[in-house]
Write a protein that binds this ligand. Structure first.
Ligand SMILES: [Zn+2]
Ligand SMILES: [Zn+2]
Length: 212
C-alpha cells in the first residue's frame, strides 16, 4: 500500500515528502530541497529503503539537495519536465540569491512528460505536466490513495507565483483546471508549502481558482 510522510525543509518550509510501498519499503523522496540529514534520519526511523529522487520543479527550495543526495547515495533523479532545464542551470545563482548552501549541479537520470508514470514496488503514480509556476513543473498523482503531490502549482487558499521567468498565470490556472480538478474533489493534495487540502475544498473556496 502507498504511504507517505512529509518533512518541511529549508528556510522556506518546503514540504519534502517521503513516499513508499509499505509491502517492500521501497521509497522515494519528492523535492529534497535541503536539510538532507533530517530527511535521511526520518527515512531511517521509518525503515525505508530510499531508491529514487523525484522532482516537481527545479526551484532551489525543492531541488537544492537533489544533486548531493543523488551523488552520496547513488540515486537516480527523476523529473522534472525538460522545460525546467534553465532553472537547473541556474541553481548556483538561486543558492546565492536566497542564501542557501551551494547546490550541487545535476542532470536528471530521467526527464518526465505528461502521462508518464513513476513506480515504487507495486505502487504506480501518474505524472501530469502542470506548467505556469515554472515551464517544466510536474505533479505526482497516487490515484488509488487519492493523494497528489503538487509542488508549487496549488496551495490551500492560494496558487503558485507566476512572476518568475517562464511563469504564466493563464497557463497555471489552465493546469489546475484541466489537470488537477479531474483527479477528483476528494483527492487530498500535498502542496510545496503549507497545509494539505482537497481539490474539492479549493474548487469551492480558493480565491484564485474557486468556481472554475
Ligand atoms: Zn517554486
Ligand atoms: Zn517552493
Amino acid at each position: 500500500m502507498f504511504r507517505y510522510h512529509t518533512v518541511p525543509v529549508t528556510p522556506f518550509a518546503q514540504n519534502a515528502s517521503l513516499v513508499w510501498d509499505d509491502a517492500t519499503m521501497q521509497a522515494a523522496v519528492i523535492d529534497p530541497g535541503g536539510d538532507l540529514d533530517r530527511l535521511l534520519s526520518e527515512a531511517a526511523r521509518l525503515g525505508l529503503r530510499l531508491e529514487q529522487i523525484w522532482l516537481t520543479h527545479a526551484h532551489i527550495d525543492h531541488a537544492g539537495g537533489a544533486g548531493e543526495l543523488a551523488r552520496t547515495l547513488g540515486l537516480p533523479i527523476i523529473g522534472p519536465h525538460p522545460g525546467d532545464q534553465f532553472w537547473i542551470d541556474a541553481l548556483p545563482e538561486q543558492s546565492r540569491m536566497f542564501g542557501f548552501p551551494p547546490a550541487e549541479p545535476f542532470t536528471p537520470s530521467r526527464w518526465l512528460a505528461d502521462g508518464d508514470t513513476v513506480s515504487l514496488g507495486a505502487c504506480t503514480l501518474q505524472v501530469r505536466h502542470c506548467p505556469g509556476h515554472t515551464p517544466g513543473h510536474v505533479v505526482f498523482h497516487a490515484a488509488e490513495a487519492q493523494r497528489a503531490f503538487v509542488g508549487d502549482v496549488l496551495f490551500a487558499g492560494s496558487i503558485g507565483r507566476t512572476d518568475f521567468p517562464g511563469g504564466s498565470y493563464e497557463q497555471l490556472v489552465e493546469s489546475i483546471v484541466t489537470r488537477l480538478w479531474p483527479m477528483g474533489d476528494e483527492t487530498v493534495f500535498i502542496p510545496g508549502h503549507g497545509p494539505e487540502s482537497t481539490f474539492g475544498r479549493e474548487r469551492r473556496s480558493n480565491p484564485y481558482v474557486g468556481g472554475t
